[in-house]
Design a binder for this molecule. Structure first.
Ligand SMILES: Cc1ncc(COP(=O)(O)O)c(C=O)c1O
Length: 493
């Protein structure tokens, strides 16, 4: 649906004028060549637009301004952590010493690159409290999958591969958790969340038995809450021989402050593309590094990057390894970016990340308390999950309508309808990089919108009204993509 206020931009073809050119070349002092004769029909069939240089420049510059990104505005997407990536990360990742090496080069020629891998691993071991790290997985979900493959290999090594067929997953979990377990061939059973927003330990107890291979716990949970009985919960699973996996996508709430490896977990994945500020979005490239305790080390993907007497080596002689989970060594330049970020903050700076992330989320939660209450009224971690249920019941306005109206106020919407267990959920993650002024402006906008929901609900139903496109049919927009770059009547290539 087109917005009422903003005219539809023209395609570059609609700005085209026959014979117009984008450059003025000096008169040729060599014999001219008839390009049509040389290239035949090919050139004509390309059907290129004919525009002047300035028109071309304005066209693409204006298009780039229609986009929204972390460098143009605040991105409160909960669970997806779109935080600012310091430019110095890009600077180091762009160093030719890194960009000009080839993964097939003999390892003796790239000691510096191996040092980078080993340094990231060493720092992540000390940050997470795990004994070993691999950087091979290419995304958070890939890290989950790798951890479950290690767990399966571990049970198989103990002769329990056939009997342990069940993976427990909380009902609040990110969708990738049950999907990863199913991909490794496990049966998934759901563990309910109790009224306080924690794992229901009584229900967990009733699901535990010799068939349990693992429990996948997200801490802090997708409700933005720290699981208070984490040690007890790990003990319960261990007492029946199961393994406990930590979904560490939310590590930005804990980094430098507390270590999952000390809580009783056997393995975890990290999203370097969230916590450690490597760019995130559009499907990658990411890095879902995983950490494991000693008993899972023999199963790690090969080659294992090891530092022995000060020298970094690749160890592929691992008879129990699950094999490779990606080509080469993961997303190498992401690892360079993460290392830059880790070193820039240092041991003393890292706790500032989690403290500010938690402070910012609690600030937003407190400022919005009277209009959008939290699903669970207790201090949150790095994100807060609010509910717009009241507006749906009283005014027919849904969380989606409120989010769409935020676009008119110049903000990207937060995550909606996740976690699934919260009605009309609005999941807001400010991240540590946003200022108080930005958070205040965002909260002011939401407060104004909640007022509009009561006085003019149809305005919210129609939102956004300030953009080139208005409210989309989201299913149709995904299924029937309209991404033509030529006008309908022109030849498509
Ligand atoms: C809690 C949680 N777990 C897992 C993932 C999966 O990470 P990725 O998108 O990198 O696959 C996410 C992603 O946003 C997440 O929020």
């Amino acid at each position: 649906m087109r917005s009422k206020l903003v005219p539809e931009p023209k395609l570059i073809f609609e700005k085209s004028y026959p014979g117009r050119v984008g450059c003025n070349l000096p008169k040729a002092d060599t014999p001219s060549v008839d390009l049509d004769a040389v290239l035949g029909a090919t050139r004509k069939e390309l059907n290129l637009p004919e525009v002047a240089e300035l028109d071309l420049l304005r066209h693409f510059t204006n298009l780039s301004h229609v986009n929204y990104g972390i460098e143009t505005g605040f991105y409160p997407l909960g669970s997806c952590t779109m935080k600012y990536n310091p430019k110095v990360n890009e600077k180091t990742a762009g160093l030719t010493g890194f960009t000009h090496i080839h993964p097939m080069q003999p390892v003796e020629t790239v000691p510096g690159a191996l040092d980078v891998l080993a340094d990231v691993q060493d720092i992540l071991c000390s940050v997470t409290g795990f004994d070993a790290i691999t950087l091979q997985p290419l995304a958070g979900a890939h890290g989950e999958l790798t951890c479950l493959m290690l767990i399966r290999a571990y049970h198989e090594s103990r002769g329990e591969g056939e009997t342990r067929r069940v993976v427990l997953v909380p009902d609040s979990a990110h969708g990738t958790n049950p999907a990863s377990a199913a991909m490794v061939g496990y049966t998934v059973k759901s563990v309910p969340t109790n009224a306080e927003g924690n794992t229901d330990l009584v229900a967990l107890e009733s699901l535990l038995g010799p068939e349990v291979a693992a429990f996948m716990v997200t801490n802090p949970s997708t409700l933005g809450l720290f699981e208070p009985h984490i040690e007890r919960l790990c003990e319960m699973v261990h007492s029946v021989g199961g393994q406990v996996f930590c979904d560490g996508a939310n590590m930005n709430a804990m980094v430098g402050t507390t270590r999952p490896g000390d809580h009783g977990f056997d393995c975890m994945h990290l999203n370097l593309h969230k916590t450690f500020s490597t760019p995130h979005g559009g499907g990658g490239p990411g890095c879902g590094a995983i950490g494991v305790k000693q008993h899972l080390e023999p199963f790690l993907p090969i080659p294992v990057v090891l530092r022995r007497s000060g020298k970094v080596e690749l160890d592929s002689h691992r008879p129990h390894s699950i094999g490779r989970v990606s080509a080469w060594f993961g997303q190498f330049l992401m690892e360079v970016r993460a290392l830059t970020y880790l070193l820039a903050f240092g041991k003393d700076g890292l706790p500032e990340i989690s403290r500010h992330a938690v402070l910012n989320a609690n600030y937003v939660k407190a400022r919005l308390r009277n209009v959008l209450p939290a699903a669970h009224d207790r201090p949150c971690m790095h994100e807060c999950v609010l509910t717009a249920e009241r507006y749906k019941k009283e005014f027919g306005v849904r969380a989606l309508d409120i989010s769409k109206r935020l676009i008119d106020y110049g903000f990207h919407p937060p995550t909606n309808y996740f976690p699934l267990i919260v009605p009309e959920a609005m999941m807001i993650e400010p991240t540590e990089t946003e200022s108080k002024e930005t958070l205040d402006a965002f909260c002011d906008a939401l407060i104004a919108i909640c007022h509009e929901a009561q006085t003019d609900p149809d305005l919210l139903h129609a939102a956004p009204i300030s953009q080139i496109v208005g409210r989309l049919d989201e299913a149709a927009a995904v299924k029937n993509l309209d991404v033509r770059w030529t006008p309908k009547e022109a030849t498509t290539v």
